[in-house]
Structure formats: structure tokens, C-alpha cells
Write a protein of this length. Structure first.
Length: 359
């Protein structure tokens, strides 16, 4: 394939090195956050490469040395959603951004050739989606991975309910609810990352992977290393005990009764999150255990459309990313004020239809 057949977009760089397709997220000042145009371009490139016999693998990385990808551009979704709720917009971004992002993530998950994600630096939200569904997920000592959506009135999406619900014990439940930041060693321990590599050798690794006749498995194994000490094991017993409940009220009670510093910090963190998002996320993770990946993506799309019709997403993004006062006014404001039937109603298909996948 000629490189000029690939999408041309400033915020994502596409190239071919040997038989490997290279995707570089190119918004370093925005920590490589994804917008709709980026998702569409990446999806288009993957669609071309899937059918190109000359391409044997794909590498995805982020520009700069701070972030792989800090997530999706939720501020833009908030602006469009506010206009939509006021009748000043058709809500196109609300409908289409999440749809296109999830389709891109799903294409990575089903790609017929190895996809190698270099998850070096900040990797959150949409950044997890574009990496965790890959074949090889390489973390480093600089990796900081999290799904912090309960902090902005959203929920862990991009198909991560399928991943988080299957992590050891209740570590996925804990990570989903608290937005816990995992280092590279924890990512490897939990299976989110397949390997740990030295960030100072990433360019060298890419060169080795794109060399003629390179054996991907052997090359990655030859670069595998340690990336510090995992932090989860020290608190694993507390996590499994306190986060095993199916009601948020019971999780909070267990954390408060524990008396330990870790449990106390987790409870304090949860008190700052959207009560609606917490109950929604717990139900999402529990449901994810019984669903295949496609159904998890469909569930995410339903919830994205329901949540953006509510209050807390707009308030959460305002408090964290717009005004940055870190003082969101959630509604309802407490867990006991969140009606469980209202949570159930968020899982219904949107009026404009469920998420459909393209070949």
C-alpha cells in the first residue's frame, strides 16, 4: 500500500516501516487526547491495513514523553451536549463521538494481525480503550493507567467492563470505582499489560520490530524488563474483601469498618465521586462478567447516551476540566438518594438505535 492512501490528519501520524503500520497519536500538548476525527482516521487506516497482505502488524504509540493518551475529548462532548439539551444542537457529537470511538476500539480488538500498543506515560479513559484491546500491551516505569470516569460523572467505557470484570479478585471493581492509578508493574501483574519494557529503549524496540523478518514475540521478549514494584499486592486482601459486594452502600460500609489506612483513603476517594456514576459503574462491571466484548461495547453506547441526557457528566467535566474548582455538585448528592430503578433505566437502547459495527 502506498502511504498516500492513508488518512491525512495532523493529529495522527500514519506511516509504514517495513511490513509494520505505525500509528502515532500526535497531540502532545493535549496529552494525545482523542477526538472524533482521530478515531475515524485510525479506524480507516486499520480497515485498509487489515486487507493489505503487505502489512503484518501495527504499532500504536503517543507523541512526546508524557502520555500515551490521556483519554477522549470529553470537553467537546460536554459543549455539544449542553447545546443539545437547550435545543441549540442536534447532539451529533454526543451520538457520534462515542459511536466512532467504540467502533475504533472494537476494530483493534478484532484486528486480524498483531497490534502492539506502547502504553508509556499517562494512559486514561480512551487511552485505555485504544491500547488494552491490543495483542501486545507494553507498559513502562512511566505508565500511569486509570479509568477515572466516576470523577466526571461518567463510567468506565471503551469496552473496559469486559476487561475489568475479569481481573483477579475484585481488583477490577476497585479500579473502576475509585479510578485508581496503576503503575506499569501493577498493569503487568493484573494482565492489563502483557510486558514491561524500558521507556528509554522504545525507539530501539520499534526499529527492531520493523526490521525485515522480525519475530514479534521474540523481539518483545528480548526487550522485556522490570518496571518497579507493584503496589496492588499489599492491599489485595482489603480490595477483595471490601469490593466484593453488589451494593455501593455495602462497599462503603465495609471500607469504613475496615479501619486501615488504605480502606480509609479508598472510602474518602469514593465520597468525592458521582453517586450515580458509582452505582452505575458497579452494575456495569457486574454485568460485564457475563457479556462478550461486543455486548460490552453496546452496553457502553447505551449508557453514554443515557448519561449525557442527565446532569452529573456536565457538572463533573465542569469541575475537573473546565472551571477546575474540583467541587462538583452531584445530583443526587448521596448514594442513598440514588434510586436503583433509575440506574436500571440507563441501560435501555437509545431512541436512535443501538451501536452497530461495520466490516
Amino acid at each position: 500500500m502506498e502511504s498516500n492512501a492513508l488518512p491525512s490528519i495532523e493529529t495522527v501520524q500514519f506511516a509504514i516501516a517495513g511490513s509494520v503500520g505505525l500509528i502515532t497519536l500526535n497531540r502532545p500538548k493535549a496529552l494525545n487526547a482523542l477526538d472524533q476525527k482521530m478515531c475515524l482516521a485510525i479506524d480507516a487506516a486499520l480497515k485498509l491495513w487489515a486487507k493489505d497482505d503487505a502489512i503484518t502488524a501495527v504499532i500504536i504509540r503517543g507523541a512526546g514523553d508524557r502520555a500515551f493518551c490521556a483519554g477522549g475529548d470529553v470537553r467537546l462532548a460536554r459543549e455539544d451536549g449542553i447545546a443539545w439539551k437547550k435545543g441549540q444542537s442536534e447532539g451529533r457529537i454526543v451520538r457520534e463521538f462515542f459511536r466512532d470511538e467504540y467502533r475504533m476500539d472494537r476494530r483493534i480488538a478484532t484486528f486480524p494481525k498483531p497490534v502492539i500498543a506502547l502504553i508509556d506515560g499517562i494512559t486514561m479513559g480512551g487511552g485505555v480503550g485504544i491500547s488494552v484491546h491490543g495483542t501486545y500491551r507494553l507498559a513502562t516505569a512511566r505508565t500511569v493507567l486509570a479509568m477515572p470516569e466516576t470523577q466526571i460523572g461518567l463510567f468506565p467505557d471503551v469496552g473496559t467492563s469486559h476487561i475489568l470484570s475479569r481481573l483477579a479478585g475484585e481488583t477490577g471493581t476497585w479500579a473502576a470505582l475509585t479510578g485508581a492509578r496503576l503503575n506499569g508493574a501493577d498493569c503487568k501483574l493484573l494482565g492489563i499489560a502483557t510486558h514491561l519494557v524500558n521507556y528509554e529503549r522504545l525507539d530501539e524496540l520499534v526499529s527492531a520490530l520493523t526490521a525485515p523478518g522480525a519475530d514479534i514475540e521474540k523481539v518483545i521478549a528480548s526487550y522485556a524488563t522490570d518496571a518497579g514494584e507493584a503496589e496492588v499486592p499489599a492491599n489485595r486482601a482489603t480490595i477483595d474483601r471490601c469490593f466484593a459486594h453488589d451494593r455501593m452502600e455495602d462497599i462503603m460500609a465495609a471500607l469504613e469498618a475496615d479501619g486501615g489506612a488504605f480502606a480509609g483513603e479508598a472510602a474518602a476517594t469514593l465520597r468525592t465521586m458521582s453517586p450515580t456514576s458509582l452505582k452505575l459503574t458497579l452494575k456495569l462491571v457486574r454485568k460485564g462478567r457475563a457479556l462478550d466484548l461486543d455486548d460490552c461495547f453496546r452496553m457502553d453506547y447505551r449508557l453514554s447516551q443515557s448519561v449525557l441526557g442527565g446532569h452529573d457528566f456536565y457538572e463533573g467535566v465542569r469541575a475537573q476540566l473546565v472551571d477546575k474548582d474540583r467541587n462538583p455538585k452531584w445530583y443526587p448528592a448521596t448514594l442513598d438518594a440514588v434510586d436503583d430503578s433509575a440506574i436500571d433505566s440507563l441501560f435501555v437502547p437509545p431512541l436512535h438505535g443501538d451501536l452497530a459495527f461495520e466490516d
